[in-house]
Design a protein around this ligand. Structure first.
Ligand code: BEZ
Ligand code: FE
Length: 298
């Protein structure tokens, strides 16, 4: 019999891969080849029924329909399946004591307002006061003066300003700071609370039917940038927060958890402009030097 290379159960992946044309970009071919192999292997492994296939398509369609200008349900799906953290982790492997990366999340949707060192980002003053301090250095410990430290966080009830436009002041709990000559930064804030990711869509349904909670432990987001260095997108996690061991998006790394001890010192509180007692946290950030661009190499 002539071998026409027709589709069969045994050769399903091979036949589809063979259909990729010679003009296919090499990297795209590599990605699609592996994706097709794994997808076909998966369908065979679980012996997917037509009904299950249909439900899967319907779920993905609803996931797409849930996306809009301010909501990206596909990224949320990738987050709860651990894919976002895996991509993050393999692209920013822990190296040379550099600060570890974690997910960006969907709430960095407005630019943080530039603020002076020591300013408060808690514009409504609601919550447990907290002094956040830290220092940005290179991998060899050199202080990085003039580095930008972009921070945003949820409030004491677990909501970002953009989720409560009628309750929180605009740009509440966001700030863009610049480190001083010693690479130091400090600002006043409040201790954030844990919160659920948006769970009123298909991703929330997936969590519910698989017996998973939708919560992230309390954290402060940071993006730190300095000339000649790789930027870092990360979080500072509150030690002891509920869900610290079961973050729904798997974003917690041990190196990013800090204690937030209580300070009871009325004089110091008055100097800082905080109510007494207050909490403190220290978060040093280490950036790796950027790879020299090819054009800059000798
Ligand atoms: C966040 O931390 O803001 C976040 C990260 C991933 C999914 C949802 C929220
Ligand atoms: Fe967050």
């Amino acid at each position: 019999m002539t071998d026409r290379g027709l589709f069969t159960e045994e050769r399903s992946a091979e036949v589809v891969i063979d259909s990729l044309g010679p003009s296919t970009d090499l990297r795209l071919r590599e990605i699609l080849t592996s994706l097709i192999q794994h997808l076909h292997e998966f369908v065979k492994d679980v012996q997917l029924t037509e009904d299950e296939w249909s439900k899967g398509i319907e779920f993905l369609t609803r996931t797409g329909h849930t996306c809009n200008d301010v909501r990206q349900e596909f990224i949320l799906l990738s987050d709860v399946l651990g894919v976002s953290m895996l991509v993050e982790t393999i692209n920013h492997r822990a190296f040379d004591h550099a600060t570890e990366q974690t997910v960006l999340g969907p709430f960095h949707m407005v630019d943080s307002p530039p603020r002076a060192l020591g300013d408060t980002i808690a514009l409504d003053g609601v919550g447990e006061p907290c002094l956040v301090t830290g220092r940005v250095t290179g991998a060899d410990g050199t202080p990085l003066a003039g580095a930008s430290v972009d921070v945003w966080q949820a409030n004491a009830e677990g909501f970002y300003d953009v989720q409560q436009p009628d309750i929180q002041p605009e740009l509440n709990l966001r700030g863009l700071f610049t480190t001083d000559d010693e690479g130091k930064f400090w600002f006043r804030s409040i201790v954030p609370r844990y919160y659920p990711i948006p769970d009123d869509g298909p991703v929330g349904e997936l969590l519910a039917v698989t017996g998973r909670h939708p919560n992230r432990p309390a954290h402060i987001h940071f993006i730190v940038r300095a000339d000649g260095h790789e930027p870092v997108t990360t979080h500072l996690f509150v030690e002891g927060s509920p869900y610290i061991d079961s973050d729904v998006v798997f974003g917690v790394k041990e190196s990013l958890i800090r204690e937030f001890p209580v300070v009871d010192d009325p004089e110091r509180a008055a100097q800082l402009g905080l109510d007494n007692p207050f909490r403190t946290v220290h978060f040093d950030v280490t950036l790796l030097e950027s790879e020299p661009r090819k054009a800059d190499q000798p």
